[in-house]
Design a protein around this ligand. Structure first.
Ligand SMILES: CCCCCCCCCCC/C=C\C=C\C(=O)SCCNC(=O)CCNC(=O)[C@H](O)C(C)(C)COP(=O)(O)OP(=O)(O)OC[C@H]1O[C@@H](n2cnc3c(N)ncnc32)[C@H](O)[C@@H]1OP(=O)(O)O
Ligand SMILES: NC(=O)C1=CN([C@@H]2O[C@H](COP(=O)(O)OP(=O)(O)OC[C@H]3O[C@@H](n4cnc5c(N)ncnc54)[C@H](OP(=O)(O)O)[C@@H]3O)[C@@H](O)[C@H]2O)C=CC1
Length: 340
């Protein structure tokens, strides 16, 4: 028993489940200025799981289709826009920062040869959403694909949050998704035009998560919104699916959720595939779900997280840190035990 206690005391200093005391001391001791690349950003097994990022569907899959992507100027939204555009879609990207949108639109259309239209939009404001959709309808018509990807998030103990902090996140994530979906959905129904909707949520939409409580609440709401409309609006030719990504190193997410760069290594330790996800992997799944190859897919919620959620959920999964010698000791003790 003494040996086991010593084993787990020693191991606990380096396990992800018991990371907090030593790591947090180090974290705040170092200040919070830098978004840095870690020294070793892959575990050895990652060599078995190479990320293939190029568009996987047939060229022309989205020919003559219009795709509308919120938050399409950066990160995952930019990646999904690139993939859809490469596959023939005419894309409309919408967010608050028009300069960023214009630069992305120019970059992508110059690579794919297909038009990308930047439109300024604050999804928290229903009037701004209406103006954006008016402009899209005027320029390219109603969309065949709608991706609710825009979001806001930051880590914070919930007791530090003001009412306005809660509102900033939930207005963007939940209300923004509702305003976009209701506005475009009503027009599609009136025009009797079908479409594929996709919502980007997160693995903790199921479980909730401390320190990102407004985001967790809003993403859970987005999932309820989608699942409700699967049932209600299928009869109008509209289908709805959800992607729950695990960690992908975008500037928008990591600058707000891992501001010192100290959490990345710990995250990788709990991802069975041994690496973070990539933008291209999300974009390929998104393209499939929004394509006609997925015409029979509605109401699907797909985790794409290298196994992280399953690892964190299992009571005994941290035992993967126990060595062969330590197992020999424990097995001997267990086998010696008689009765209860
Ligand atoms: C073991 C640990 C593991 C760590 C994991 C690390 C990496 C994990 C990756 C997995 C990620 C999973 C899910 C990701 C989900 C995402 O959504 S990522 C996308 C993130 N992108 C963005 O957030 C982009 C858009 N964001 C923004 O525009 C801003 O960040 C903001 C704050 C959301 C909105 O900006 P703005 O409208 O300008 O609002 P403000 O006026 O600045 O603020 C509004 C209120 O919020 C308060 N606030 C702001 N920041 C903080 C903070 N850090 N702490 C507390 N409160 C904050 C601000 O003070 C305002 O409130 P008041 O008016 O009352 O002062
Ligand atoms: N990266 C990750 O590890 C994960 C990301 N996700 C999800 O993926 C999606 C994309 O995140 P990611 O690419 O990482 O981060 P980004 O910060 O790059 O993307 C968020 C986008 O939302 C836009 N946006 C924010 N607020 C508004 C608003 N009020 N109106 C319109 N657009 C807005 C931003 O543009 P602008 O500032 O110009 O408005 C930005 O382009 C989000 O839904 C996020 O929750 C989920 C799990 C993991």
């Amino acid at each position: 028993v003494k040996i086991i206690i010593r084993i787990f005391d020693a191991e606990s200093l380096s396990t992800s489940n018991a990371l907090f005391t030593p790591c947090l001391l180090q974290l705040f001791g170092n200040g919070t200025a830098v978004l840095r690349k870690s020294d070793d950003d892959r575990a050895p097994q990652a060599r078995f799981f190479p990320p293939l990022q190029e568009p996987m569907l047939l060229p022309g899959t989205f020919k003559n289709k219009v795709a509308f992507i919120t938050g399409g100027g950066t990160g995952l939204g930019k990646g999904m826009t690139f993939t859809l555009s490469s596959l023939g879609a005419e894309c409309v990207i919408a967010s608050r920062n028009l300069d960023v949108l214009k630069a992305t639109a120019e970059e992508i259309s110059s690579q794919t040869g297909n038009k990308v239209h930047p439109v300024q939009c604050n999804v928290r404001d229903p009037d701004s959403v209406k103006a954006t959709v008016d402009q899209m309808v005027n320029d390219v018509g109603l969309p065949d694909v709608v991706i609710n990807n825009a979001a806001g998030n930051f880590i914070s103990p919930s007791e530090r949050l003001s009412a306005n902090a809660w509102k900033a996140i939930t207005d963007t994530v939940l209300n923004g998704t509702a305003y976009i979906t209701l506005d475009i959905g009503k027009r599609l129904i009136a025009a009797q035009k079908g479409a594929a909707f996709l919502c980007i949520t997160t693995i903790y939409a199921d479980s909730g998560s401390g320190f990102v409580m407004p985001s967790a609440s809003a993403k859970a709401g987005v999932e309820a919104l989608c699942k409700s409309l699967v049932a209600e609006w299928g009869r109008y030719g509209l289908r709805f699916n959800i992607i729950q990504p695990g960690p992908i190193k975008t500037k928008g997410a990591f600058s707000r959720l891992d501001p010192t760069g100290k959490f990345e290594k710990l995250m990788i330790e709990r991802i069975p595939v041994g690496r973070l996800g990539t933008v291209g992997e999300i974009a390929n799944l998104a393209a499939y779900l929004c394509s006609d190859y997925a015409s029979w897919v509605s109401g699907a919620t797909i985790k794409i997280d290298g196994g992280e959620y399953s690892f964190m959920a299992g009571e005994f999964n941290s035992l993967s840190l126990v060595t062969k010698e330590q197992w020999d000791v424990m097995e001997a003790i267990i086998r010696q035990t008689k009765g209860s």
